[in-house]
Design a protein. Structure first.
Length: 355
């Protein structure tokens, strides 16, 4: 049993905590918060032991009526591995604390790649964890691109990938990022940082990216053009992608025309928080002209890295093979979304999470 602590119970941390708690081979020892807000209350209501991230704030939690089990140092003394889900930049500050306690750490994609021994994506770089003491799970956009490009590169070879990302302005709870009425290049330089980040897990793929930020909160949208070494049909590419458990091919007949409908669909099929752990690829957008492949996909920035964090824990702490870890993670969470409206009444059976 792997004893896991989650430092930071926010947008990603609360989802990672739930995912860890669902694993038969993991124990969620506890989570941390810096302030006694609604997130701290939510953690206690879910039955998670709550630890104070900043030692001298323990009295604030007690005054608010929230029972704490200890401090971050106490949590680190009780775990085998810590998943750092703090805001970007805080992980770098925490690194020396984890090292002082001799605890392996998993960081998120908001940190610089140099924070960890290797950057991690279950589909693209699972084996890099062997012998590592720390990992960085790449960002939501990089996770989405790696899941898509890895099977394409394996099946056909990639000469060049070009991606334009339309990024959400902020998460639904990030009211400090708006309101705005604009669409801006972000960054204004081309290419953006996303391509180099993909290369931290898929080093041989030639990929250029450009990014825009839009005043929305639901999901990111990627416009993808890949020049392949081979020249498959659109149907062949669709069949290849449909076989990937963390890719959801949206059937034309589903009437899902954007991120809002996707989130509505996720909620209707019973996903916690309306989460979409899979890349969502519009099946009708998949087209091939010569060796050029085109498609649109959406990435749920709050959720797609969650199964990757679970796999990163196994990769870092055990000798579990990639295929086994991914299958266990997918089964426990219910990853593998597929519509009954897909051709053939579903290419694979929809998965329900274990009770």
């Amino acid at each position: 049993m792997i004893r896991v602590g989650v430092n930071g119970y926010g947008t990603i941390g609360k989802r990672v905590a739930d995912a860890v708690a669902a694993q038969a081979d993991m124990e969620l020892v506890g989570v941390t918060k810096t302030t006694p807000n609604y997130g701290a209350e939510a953690a206690i209501r879910r039955g998670y032991d709550l630890y104070v991230a900043i030692d001298d704030r323990a009295d604030q939690f007690e005054a608010a009526g929230l029972k704490v089990t200890g401090t971050l140092s106490d949590l680190l003394d009780a775990v085998d591995v810590v998943v750092d889900c703090c805001p970007s930049g805080i992980g770098e500050r925490n690194r020396s604390i984890y090292e002082a306690h001799g605890v392996p750490a998993i960081y998120q994609g908001g940190e610089d790649a140099g924070i960890a021994d290797a950057s991690f994506n279950a589909r693209g770089s699972y084996e890099v964890a062997r012998g590592a003491d720390s990992l960085r799970v790449v960002s939501c956009n990089t996770t989405g691109l790696s899941r898509l490009l890895a099977p394409l590169d394996e099946a056909y070879g990639i000469e060049k990938a070009r991606v334009t990302l339309v990024r959400r302005g902020g998460d639904p709870s990030e009211t400090d990022r708006g309101p705005i009425n604009d669409v801006v290049p972000d960054p204004r330089t081309v290419p953006s940082h996303h391509g180099p980040d993909v290369n931290t897990v898929l080093s041989d793929v030639d990929v250029d990216t450009a990014a825009l930020r839009a005043p929305v909160t639901a999901m990111h949208t990627h416009s993808v053009n890949v020049t392949l070494d081979g020249d498959p049909s659109a149907a062949a590419v669709g069949a290849l992608l449909a076989d990937e458990s963390r890719l959801f091919l949206i059937p034309e007949g589903a009437g899902i025309d954007g991120a809002g409908a996707l989130k509505d669909y996720a909620a209707d099929v019973g996903r916690p928080r309306g989460d979409l752990w899979e890349n969502c690829v519009w099946e009708e957008s998949i087209s091939v002209e010569g060796r050029d492949l085109y498609l649109f996909q959406n990435v749920h920035q709050e959720a797609d890295v969650v199964p990757e964090n679970v796999d990163a824990i196994r990769a870092l702490m055990t000798d579990t093979p990639r295929e086994e870890s991914v299958a266990r993670t997918d089964e426990s969470l219910g990853v593998g979304l597929d519509s009954l409206l897909s051709d053939g009444n579903s290419a694979r059976s929809p998965l329900a999470a274990d009770d």
